[in-house]
Design a protein. Structure first.
Length: 256
């Protein structure tokens, strides 16, 4: 019956993602109580002179120059947003003295950790929708997304503030593949454009997002049986788009 079919569809699109978010939150909720970790966290956030205040000058700094030998401006832009909301009043910050920060803290580390958790949960939901779209098996998609969400390899990315670039790139990568799938399905230039923008955003979060390209090729050639030349041309366009980014990074890095 159409009504029952519609109810099942809503169930799959609402219940499983909600359950996935709950499982992820229950597993990782304690990260909100964590401090800055000794490796890199302070360098990127607490002791980064450009994440606060949120000004056009500081924003331009991340989009025109590498920071700590990395050109990931989208990640740093979102760290600036997080820093804006994580800023502690001077008295509260001074009271939170630690071995690594004897002068106290400028930011509440919990806010950054919660951002990691929320982004990872969003990535798991995106993984669910991608798997559901590929296999049309909601339970299989749910179990695959749960495996992604709770896998021990995710612990570092979620609990380490610096790992935000990983969870962000993962979230954007899943969305890239999802919209590329829709493009292959409907032959839509608009959907291809959205997939391209998401791919660019993912590489601006972390350069290793290039691994999305062979996955997109697999969707086009294996799932949709598209001519390999056509599929290769579409993803080659992504490579052409990011070459200038790596050239800019190389030029800027050599000038520092």
């Amino acid at each position: 019956m159409p009504i029952l079919s519609s109810m099942r569809e809503r169930y799959h699109y609402l219940f499983y993602p909600a359950l996935l978010v709950m499982i992820t939150a229950v597993l990782f909720f304690r990260v909100g109580t964590f401090d800055f970790l000794a490796i890199d966290d302070a360098m990127h956030t607490e002791k980064n002179p450009y994440v606060a205040p949120f000004t056009a000058t500081n924003l331009k700094r991340f989009w025109t120059e590498p920071y700590e030998n990395a050109f990931t401006p989208l990640t740093y832009t979102l760290w600036m947003v997080q820093a804006y909301f994580a800023e502690l009043p001077p008295e509260a910050g001074a009271a939170r003295k630690q071995l690594l920060f004897p002068e106290g803290l400028k930011f509440n580390p919990g806010a950054f950790h919660i951002a990691n958790l929320l982004t990872h949960a969003a990535a798991a939901v995106a993984a669910y929708f991608l798997l559901q779209t590929l296999f049309h098996q909601p339970l299989v998609a749910f179990l695959g997304a749960v495996l992604f969400a709770v896998h021990p390899l995710q612990v570092e990315s979620v609990s380490w503030i610096t790992g935000f670039r990983d969870v962000l790139a993962g979230f954007l990568g899943f969305l890239t593949l999802l919209f590329y799938f829709f493009h292959c399905q409907k032959r839509s230039p608009l959907l291809y454009g959205i997939a391209t923008l998401l791919f660019l955003a993912s590489t601006l979060a972390k350069s290793s997002s290039l691994s999305i390209i062979p996955m997109a090729l697999a969707i086009g050639i294996i799932v949709f049986k598209r001519p390999w030349r056509l599929a290769l041309t579409e993803v080659a366009a992504w490579i052409v788009l990011i070459i200038p980014l790596f050239h800019i990074f190389s030029t800027l890095n050599n000038s520092v």
